[in-house]
Design a protein around this ligand. Structure first.
Ligand SMILES: Nc1ncnc2c1ncn2[C@@H]1O[C@H](COP(=O)(O)OP(=O)(O)OP(=O)(O)O)[C@@H](O)[C@H]1O
Ligand SMILES: [Mg+2]
Length: 340
C-alpha cells in the first residue's frame, strides 16, 4: 500500500495512458535512497492490463559488463530478432555474445533495440521499467536512452528509477523527470498507523517525519525500534533515533563508495557509540541535495568496518559544516580525518 504519492502516481499513469494511444515517452523517477522510487515503479506495474511489461535493473556487479542490462531487458522478446533487418539482428546478437562481431558499431545495436521494441509494441503497448538506472552498464544506459528519445510515435512508455546524490549518476537530463521527495504529513501519519497497527499521535508522527525527512524506508523501519509507550506518546522519544538495519545498509553502502565530497563543505567523522549512533545525524550530510557532485575529498580509511557490507555496525557518523574547517583537535577521531 502506497501512502501519499497521488501526484506521482498520476504522472506515471498519464505516461502509460499516452503510450496506449501511441504517444510514447520516457520519464526518470529520481530521488534519494529509500524515498520510494522502486515502490512507485512497482505500483505502476500493478495495473498493466493489455500491456507488455519489460524490466531491467542496474546491478553494481554487472555495471562493467557492456549490454548486460539491455540483454536482461530484451530477453523475453528476443524471438523477434529474426524479423529485424539482418545488420541489426546480427549486431544485437553479437552484443549479447550470440554471434561474432563484424563491425557496424553500437548504432546498429541501439537501432536493433528500438526496432525490436517497436515490433513488440505492434501487438500490445509496452511498459519498460528500468530500476536502479544509476547502476546500468554504460552501453545499456546509452542504448535505453537512445530508445527513450525516439518514442514519440510508439505505444511505448519507458520509466527509469534512479538515485540522486549517489556517486554514480544516471545522466538523462534531456528526459522529463519526476522528483520524489519525502512523504507529506498525512501520508506519514497513515504509514505509521499502518506500521504500528493503530493511530500514532500527531506530535509523535510529526517528530518522526522531521527526523527522517519523511523518508518511507526510515518510517517503515523506525517503529520496530521504539517502545509502544514511545509510539503512543506516553514516553519521550529518544533524542537521536536509532539506526535501523535498512538504513545502516544504505550508509555502509555509501561509505564504501564515498570518495568525492562537495567543495566548500567540511565533513568530519565523529566516533559514536552504537547507542549514540543516530541515523538522522548520519543522514543529513550524505543526503544533502547535490552533495557529492564535486570536490576531491577522500573519506579517511579510519573506519575499520568499511568494506564489510551490511554486517557492519557503523561506528561513525558524519557531520557537515559549511563554516570554516574545524581544527583537527576539535575532531574526536584518533585517525587522520578528511584528506584533500
Ligand atoms: N508511499 C509509500 N507508502 C508506504 N510505503 C512506502 C512508500 N514508498 C516507499 N515505501 C516503502 O519504503 C521502503 C523503501 O522504498 P523503495 O525501496 O521504493 O525506495 P527506493 O527509493 O527505491 O530506494 P533505493 O534508492 O534504495 O532503491 C520500501 O519498504 C517501500 O515499500
Ligand atoms: Mg529502489
Amino acid at each position: 500500500m502506497l501512502y501519499g504519492r497521488t501526484a506521482e502516481q498520476a504522472v506515471l499513469a498519464a505516461l502509460v495512458t499516452e503510450a496506449r494511444a501511441a504517444h510514447g515517452g520516457a520519464l526518470v523517477v529520481r530521488g534519494q535512497p529509500g524515498v520510494g522510487k522502486s515502490a512507485l515503479l512497482a505500483d505502476l506495474a500493478d495495473d498493466t492490463r493489455g500491456i507488455r511489461v519489460l524490466r531491467a535493473q542496474g546491478v553494481e556487479s554487472e555495471s562493467p559488463l557492456a549490454f548486460a542490462a539491455l540483454q536482461r531487458f530484451l530477453s523475453p522478446v528476443m524471438d523477434g530478432v529474426s524479423y529485424l533487418p539482418d545488420p541489426q539482428a546480427h549486431a544485437l546478437r553479437a552484443a549479447f555474445g550470440e554471434a561474432e562481431h563484424v563491425g557496424g558499431g553500437r548504432f546498429l545495436v541501439f537501432m536493433a533495440a528500438l526496432s525490436l521494441l517497436s515490433d513488440v509494441a505492434r501487438s500490445s503497448p509496452v511498459l519498460g521499467l528500468v530500476d536502479d538506472a544509476h547502476w546500468l552498464d554504460d552501453a545499456s544506459a546509452a542504448a535505453l536512452l537512445f530508445v527513450a528519445r525516439r518514442l514519440q510515435a510508439e505505444p511505448i512508455a519507458l520509466v527509469f528509477g534512479a538515485r540522486e546524490g549517489d556517486l554514480r549518476r544516471f545522466e538523462a537530463d534531456d528526459l522529463p523527470e519526476l522528483r520524489v521527495e519525502g512523504l507529506e504529513r498525512e501520508a506519514v501519519r497513515d504509514l505509521l498507523a499502518d506500521q504500528t497497527g493503530g493511530p500514532v499521535p500527531n506530535e509523535v508522527a510529526d517528530r518522526l517525519r522531521a527526523q527522517t525527512g519523511g523518508n518511507p524506508l526510515a518510517l517503515v523501519e523506525m517503529p520496530a525500534t521504539l517502545s509502544s509507550e514511545q509510539l503512543a506518546g506516553q514516553a519521550a522519544l529518544p533524542r537521536d533515533l536509532p539506526l535501523t538495519r535498512g538504513i545502516e545498509r544504505l550508509y555502509v553502502d555509501r561509505y564504501r563508495r564515498l570518495s568525492a565530497l562537495p567543495k566548500g563543505s567540511c565533513w568530519s567523522p565523529l566516533p559514536t557509540t552504537p547507542a549514540g549512533s543516530t541515523w538522522s545525524c548520519v543522514a543529513r550530510p550524505l543526503w544533502a541535495p547535490g552533495g557529492t557532485t564535486s570536490g576531491r575529498w577522500r573519506w579517511p580509511s579510519c573506519s575499520p568496518c568499511m568494506g564489510h557490507g551490511s554486517s557492519c555496525n557503523i561506528p561513525w557518523s558524519g557531520r557537515r559544516s559549511t563554516g570554516p574547517r574545524p581544527a583537527p583537535s576539535a575532531v574526536r577521531c584518533t585517525e587522520p580525518w578528511l584528506q584533500p
